[in-house]
Ligand binder design. Structure first.
Ligand SMILES: NC(=O)c1ccc[n+]([C@@H]2O[C@H](COP(=O)([O-])OP(=O)(O)OC[C@H]3O[C@@H](n4cnc5c(N)ncnc54)[C@H](O)[C@@H]3O)[C@@H](O)[C@H]2O)c1
Length: 470
């Protein structure tokens, strides 16, 4: 079912525009429509827009795999329109209350310096459109809301763009996004916090109306600060989470790997029972990937160094993360005396974590070249959601095969690497035991930890993060 071509002007809600329909833009726009606002979502990627506007859950999830997104879009189809036609954006500006900037902000060559090209281009285009339509003197007050993760002083750059274009009657607000991929829709419907960074009461008031449904929700902390505090809070929150993972991988996991007879899960129970420590992030994994932690920590490092401040602790966190991945892969040779040459390897999971098709900074991006460098004969990949994205970067070849199931991937393998924590991989022990061959099992997510004993008894050699190799 295709959606209506024109969304109605909102009677009680607001009129809200989203620029960029990636994970952040699409999920936030869906929640905006669900909150009763008339919502227009624009993206330069016409193929993505065609899928998002299709009204078909499968098509929607084939471009953004987020549980509940399809349902939410279908349910709110009368209040949301997706478009790649900028003339619709221009028209919408006449009644628009707020423009949410959900553009990519990648880093330049791993330096940490943010590439603001997409963001600034979109801001200039909006400024030019406002100028053109109203000769800079529109009566309707419009707030430009920054949802992208950007350097701390970006709001002043956005203001400058509007000023230089001669556009008045606008506000600029920082509203960083804290969504967790894989739970983005649930997270956006039940956020733990909403952070608004603004200078003017007028801007806070517009955002309060947009987020009205959350204002008095007992579980939501609605935090109003200035724009720099909001942007800094986002970067520092991500760095705090990233460093927590690094401590877990590089110190807690390593300690458990170094002493026989220690079960990682038992150590975790002791640690997490202390309310000062808490439970989040106390798991061992081969790598902390994803689109945000690494990029945002590098951005923080870059911004500190640009101010001649010491960023060595931030730097060390990357080192710990990297050490974890390489250390895990090297254990095959050093601890299991496994020679990769001419071997068949099953790689299970190319998404950076479960419940997403996002492969940005996924460990698989490093594992595939590592295996090629070790001259393996064939790497056979399976992932329930992310194979299309991965295939675009690593096309199939005789040495790189895409399997249709985990069973097909592991059949005849000499080594099996679990790189993503998809719940279905927890059943792998039974599958593996059916085969005569006993591949080296490399569990990068401790998915099979409850079965390590029986698997070892059945003749499997296991290398697992957080466990010594028997
Ligand atoms: N993904 C996350 O988990 C997450 C969480 C919090 C914050 N963020 C931040 O939010 C921002 C967006 O992240 P994302 O994951 O949604 O990115 P994404 O790459 O998934 O989506 C960005 C979208 O913007 C579109 N785009 C590019 N240029 C455009 C333009 N000029 N006009 C309109 N659309 C344009 C792209 O086609 C793409 O669809 C980034 O700054 C990111 O750091 C992401």
């Amino acid at each position: 079912m295709s959606q209506k071509t024109r969304i109605e002007d909102s009677v009680s809600g607001m009129n809200v525009l989203y620029l960029g329909t990636g994970f952040v833009g699409a999920c936030s726009a869906a929640v905006s429509a669900d909150s009763g606002h008339s919502t227009l979502a624009y993206d330069v990627d016409a193929k993505k827009i065609a899928k998002l506007r299709s009204g078909d859950r499968d098509q929607i999830e084939s471009c953004i795999y987020e549980e509940g997104l399809g349902d939410l879009l279908v349910r709110n189809r009368d209040r949301i329109e997706f478009t790649s036609d900028y003339s619709k954006v221009e028209k919408f500006l006449d009644r628009c209350d707020a423009v949410f900037m959900c553009l990519p902000t990648p880093e330049i060559n791993e330096t940490g310096e943010s590439d603001l090209t997409y963001y600034l281009e979109a801001a200039r285009k909006i400024a030019a459109a406002l100028r053109r339509r109203n000769k800079g003197a529109q009566e309707k007050y419009i707030v430009i809301v920054n949802k992208s993760t950007v350097p701390i002083d970006t709001v002043s750059r956005t203001r400058k763009i509007l000023r230089e274009a001669g556009v008045r009657n606008t506000g600029v607000v920082s509203n960083p996004e804290f969504l967790v991929e894989g739970q983005a829709v649930m997270g956006a419907l039940r956020p733990d916090r909403i952070v608004i960074g603004a200078e003017k009461e007028k801007d806070f008031a517009v955002l309060r109306r947009i987020y009205q449904r959350f204002l008095n929700a007992p579980t939501v902390r609605y935090i109003e600060v200035n724009p720099r505090e909001a942007a800094a809070g986002k970067l520092l929150a991500n760095f705090t989470l990233f460093s927590r993972l690094a401590v877990c991988f590089d110190v807690i996991g390593r300690t458990c790997e170094s002493f026989p007879g220690i079960h990682f899960e038992n150590v975790r129970r002791i640690l997490s029972s202390d309310p000062r420590i808490g439970a989040w992030g106390l798991y061992d994994s081969l790598y902390a990937g994803g689109s945000c932690f690494i990029k945002d920590a590098r951005s923080l490092r870059y911004q500190l160094q640009a101010r001649k401040k010491d960023a060595s602790l931030v730097q060390e966190i990357f080192g710990a993360n990297r050490r974890q991945l390489l250390g895990f892969l090297n254990r095959a040779e050093t601890e299991a005396r496994f020679d990769w040459t001419r071997k068949k390897v099953a790689l299970l999971g190319v998404a950076f974590k479960r419940n997403t098709n996002d492969i940005r900074n996924s460990p698989a991006l490093d594992i595939v070249p590592f295996l090629a460098g070790k001259k393996v004969r064939e790497t056979r990949i399976f992932d329930p959601a992310a194979m299309d994205n991965f295939r675009r970067l690593f096309p199939p070849s005789p040495a790189l095969v895409y399997a249709s199931s985990e069973a097909e991937a592991v059949a005849g393998a000499d080594a099996v690497i679990i790189a993503t924590d998809w719940p279905q991989f927890r059943g792998l022990d039974e599958l593996l035991k059916k085969h005569k061959k006993r591949p080296l099992l490399m569990d990068g997510r401790r998915m099979l930890q409850s079965a390590y004993g029986p698997l070892r008894k059945a003749g499997f050699k296991i290398i697992a993060v957080g466990s010594p190799t028997a």
